[in-house]
Design a protein around this ligand. Structure first.
Ligand code: NAD
Length: 341
């Protein structure tokens, strides 16, 4: 019997995770439609069909869902790193734009009988009071309540998680909810103010001269964990294929301080660079993924280490920086000899 080709819609397919997810679905034989305000910035899309549309608009959401879609991956959101999320200047847009996309998409999935939908939440929904100690943050899924996210971005994610889970309870939609913890890798936002810590540090280090210094926001003692993009996409696919709804963390448990992250990238760059700490938006003091639940339900854990992911990411960002600035191409980079297994 011929197996029917599955049809997927990826919302946010012009973004970092969405564009990698499209590639993975295509590799596995899916027919894929992407939708976004923009095409991917750093490569051409692999999607069979790509709609440039604003998903805050109900009719655009409807159009994107036409044509017997089997699975929806809802990753579109107004988001960014600390320089976008924690200044307070973008709070209304973050809450309004992302929640209206989710309200339209879940309502239309129900109306158009598209039952399987993935939603990308964030570790930013975890309560601030559990993330004050940089060395001992608590981010297990059951620690979400009483809720107290430290940003409006986190509150919107929490609201939308609940929206998807309510659709499951009341309308039997087959939802999946994941809480991503700092995803990084090639083809992610690396400049312009919306980039996250690994990309921002790779850029600063690529642009710094040998023997120079880079600025780090805060004390550098705040902790985080970072997950490489390929591992993230693999976890999303595995969650979607399982019977487990979530919410579940998709992250790494390899926690480092921001100073340690910077020193790791400096080591990969082969340069001598010192760190200068300045005031800046930093978010919570500590955050680390707790992977007990995802290990139990999906037998999943990241395949590579943080360093292996950075070995792939730093040269890519350096190349981007070289294209738009006066950095001379580095003749022989240490990291090119290292291969991520
Ligand atoms: P991204 O910004 O690269 O991708 C999001 C995409 O959504 C962008 O291409 C953007 O143009 C699109 N978008 C925004 N508003 C839209 C609209 N009105 N209509 C159509 N498209 C719109 O971000 P990403 O890193 O790929 O993140 C994907 C998802 O994962 C987001 O929901 C984000 O909140 C979540 N997440 C990401 C991380 C991370 O570390 N990258 C961590 C936690 C959660």
């Amino acid at each position: 019997m011929i197996k029917k080709q599955k049809r997927a819609l990826v919302c946010g397919a012009g973004g970092f995770i969405g564009s990698h997810l499209v590639k993975s679905l295509k590799k596995d034989g899916y027919w894929v439609r992407g939708v976004d305000l923009k095409y991917p910035e750093f490569s051409t899309t692999d999607a069979d069909d790509f709609l440039i549309a604003d998903l805050r608009d109900y009719d655009s959401c409807k159009k994107s869902l036409t044509g017997s879609i089997d699975e929806v991956y809802q990753l579109a959101a107004d988001m960014g790193g600390a320089g976008f999320v924690f200044t307070g200047e973008n709070d209304f847009d973050i809450m309004h734009n992302s929640s209206i996309i989710n309200l339209h998409m879940i309502k239309l999935c129900n109306k158009m009988s598209i039952s399987k939908i993935f939603y990308s939440s964030s570790a930013c929904m975890y309560p601030e009071h559990n993330q004050m100690d940089p060395l001992n943050p608590k981010c297990s899924e059951d620690s979400a309540y009483p809720a107290n996210p430290d940003s409006e971005y986190g509150w919107e994610k929490l609201f939308s998680e609940r929206l998807y889970l309510a659709a499951h309870r009341n309308y039997k939609l087959d939802v999946r909810v994941a809480r991503f913890h700092n995803i990084f890798g090639p083809e992610g936002t690396w400049t312009g103010g919306r980039e996250k810590a690994p990309a921002a540090l790779c850029r600063k280090i690529a642009e710094a001269s040998d023997g120079g210094a880079i600025e780090i926001w805060g004390s550098g003692k705040q902790t985080r964990s970072f997950l490489f993009i390929d591992d993230c996409v693999e976890a999303v696919r595995r969650l979607m294929e399982s019977d487990f709804l979530g919410p579940v963390n998709i992250g790494s448990e390899e926690m480092v301080t921001i100073d340690e992250l910077a020193k790791m990238i400096i080591g990969i760059s082969g340069k001598k660079i010192s760190l200068k700490h300045i005031d800046g938006p930093v978010g919570v003091q500590g955050r680390n993924s707790d992977n007990a639940l995802i290990k139990e339900k999906l037998s999943w854990e990241p395949r590579g280490s943080l360093r292996e992911g950075l070995v792939e990411t730093y040269p890519w960002i350096r190349k981007q920086a070289e294209k738009i600035s006066v950095i001379p191409p580095q003749k022989k980079m240490m990291e090119s000899r290292e291969v991520r297994s």
